[in-house]
Design a protein around this ligand. Structure first.
Ligand code: BES
Ligand code: MN
Ligand code: ZN
Length: 487
């Protein structure tokens, strides 16, 4: 587990900076450079401004220029462009990009300008998110910083740092899980991890093993997991404080590896399928974050864990399964396995009559075709979908509402069962959503497809590293915080 710590900076000016790097902001007006920082030493400010002028540095939001100043030769200054009028998410991106530039140093001090607690929180959060890198299997020099000092003159620094740390550490933990390959993270070790971490945060946990899956007739998990030596599992975790307002259920797709099964993926599409448990990782850490923040709202998380493999015991195309609610499904494509396991989670979750159920899944390649790699697709019943979209907006995470069209339902019709598991190729994200809709009955519901945005295949930017992004964890926490405030 990547361990990076946020501290309150002791110093009030450059003389007291104890790290080898400092993050400051700047903007340009015509040719005039203006440093913007919580540090005020006139000498330091002038030196930075002069250097930035000479370098003709760009002040585009979150672009980083590295410089040194004559008065402090051992100090690396990472000057980050502020663009014009940075909002909270810009500040998160700016802090993240600045801290990532400090990789290789032991510690950095973040001295970005801010005047409100919300701005400071965005900066602290972005700094810790931007510092993340997945280093479990490599030993090169550019290791992420271990210590981040947050420089501020506001009075609530400690509590803001505490809160930002909880949130960003949990996003980073999602990233670790998603980046970990399936030979080191299987259904058993994921369930064990969930048990340990959730209990440590004060949640109660129940793990359904294979015998219990049969007993409860959790047909989707059994069918998808049948081909793997690693048995499928369903993990239920609950955060239920005494003073709870509202009850939200979260369901996550936890496919430890997705070969496609007998509807085998081509070799170019099979790589990256270690990430197919991103939904389960996201909801696990959203519940843990709610517990760590002691949010006064009840949350139950359901992680549907299985490995989609090929063997003599694997599910075949054409097989028919019957869910515990009576719905029968003809599996015409074993690669549409996510919806099969989520159906079990949705049935179990809605049985407990939550106010709303939200599922998160790396569900369809069609999500990326429709929305690209950065926008998450959100479907569901109108009010809950809009609430999740609003939460994403507040969290600064990119998301877009998508329809569940009535006219596409017929494409899921089967000749021999109540439905097939795949329908029309066009609108594949939407037909996947329509399949799930059958399993939530009347419960208010949102379906979050993160196939593209959960993994950054290009270079790092802002607070987003290459590889796993941990996106939507903060959106869920934001949603739960809203629920905690409702009566
Ligand atoms: N795990 C994949 C979706 C996916 C694709 C996630 C690319 C991340 C990146 C999912 O199980 C899948 O295979 N979906 C199929 C559905 C199809 C068979 C209807 C797909 O998108 O091709
Ligand atoms: Mn698949
Ligand atoms: Zn999958």
């Amino acid at each position: 587990m990547t361990e990076i710590k946020l501290h309150k900076a002791a110093g009030i000016d450059t003389a007291e900076i104890t790290t080898a790097g400092v993050i400051v902001g700047f903007s340009k007006n015509d040719d005039a450079v203006k440093l913007a920082s919580s540090l005020t030493s006139p000498e330091f400010v002038t030196e930075c401004e002069n250097a930035l002028k000479t370098l003709r540095a760009s002040d585009t939001t979150a672009s980083v220029t590295t410089l040194t100043v004559p008065s402090q030769r051992d100090l690396l200054v990472f000057a980050v462009g502020l663009g014009t009028d940075p909002d909270l998410d810009d500040l998160r991106q700016i802090a993240g990009a600045g801290v990532r530039a400090g990789a290789g140093l032991d510690g950095v001090t973040v001295a970005l300008p801010h005047s409100t607690n919300a701005e400071l929180e965005a900066i602290a959060e972005g700094a810790l998110l931007g510092a993340y890198d997945f280093t479990r299997y490599r030993k090169d020099a550019d290791q992420p910083v271990k210590m981040i000092n947050i420089h501020s003159t506001l009075s609530d620094v400690e509590s803001i740092i505490e809160r930002s740390s909880i949130i960003a550490q949990n996003v980073n933990a999602v990233r670790d899980l998603v980046n970990t390959p399936a030979n080191d993270l299987n259904t058993e070790s994921f369930a064990q991890y969930a048990l340990t971490e959730a209990q440590a945060a004060g949640c109660s946990v129940h793990v359904y093993d294979l015998a219990q899956l049969y007993k409860e007739n959790l047909a989707g998990l059994i069918a998808v997991g049948k081909g793997s030596a690693n048995e499928p599992k369903l993990v239920r975790i609950e955060w239920n404080p005494g003073n709870a307002h509202g009850f939200t259920a979260l369901v996550g797709k936890g496919i430890m590896f997705d070969t496609g099964g007998y509807s085998l993926k081509p070799s170019t599409a099979i790589t990256e399928m270690k990430t197919d448990m991103g939904g389960a990782a996201t909801i696990l850490h959203a519940v843990i974050t709610a517990a760590r923040l002691e949010l006064p709202t009840k949350v139950v998380g359901w992680m549907c864990l299985a490995e989609n493999m090929i063997s003599g015991t694997a599910t075949r195309p054409d097989d028919v399964i019957t869910y515990r609610n009576g719905i029968s499904v003809e599996i015409n494509n074993t690669d549409a396995e996510g919806r099969l396991v989520l159906a079990d989670g949705l049935i179990m979750a809605t049985d407990e009559q939550p106010d709303a159920v939200i599922d998160v899944a790396t569900l369809t390649g069609a999500q990326m075709v429709a929305l690209g790699e950065r926008y998450t697709g959100i479907m569901g019943t109108d009010a809950t979908r809009e609430e999740v979209l609003a939460a994403a907006q507040n969290a600064g995470e990119l998301a877009w509402g998508m329809p569940l069209p009535e006219h596409l339902k017929s494409s899921l019709k089967s000749d021999i069962a109540d439905m097939k598991n795949t329908g029309s190729r066009y609108g594949g994200m939407l037909t996947a959503g329509l399949f799930l809709q059958r399993f939530v009955a009347d419960t208010p519901w949102a379906h979050i497809d993160i196939a593209g945005p959960s993994f950054n295949r290009e270079g790092a930017y802002g607070y987003t590293p290459k590889g796993a992004t941990g996106t939507m964890m903060r959106t869920l926490v934001n949603y739960l915080e809203e629920k905690a405030l409702e009566n």
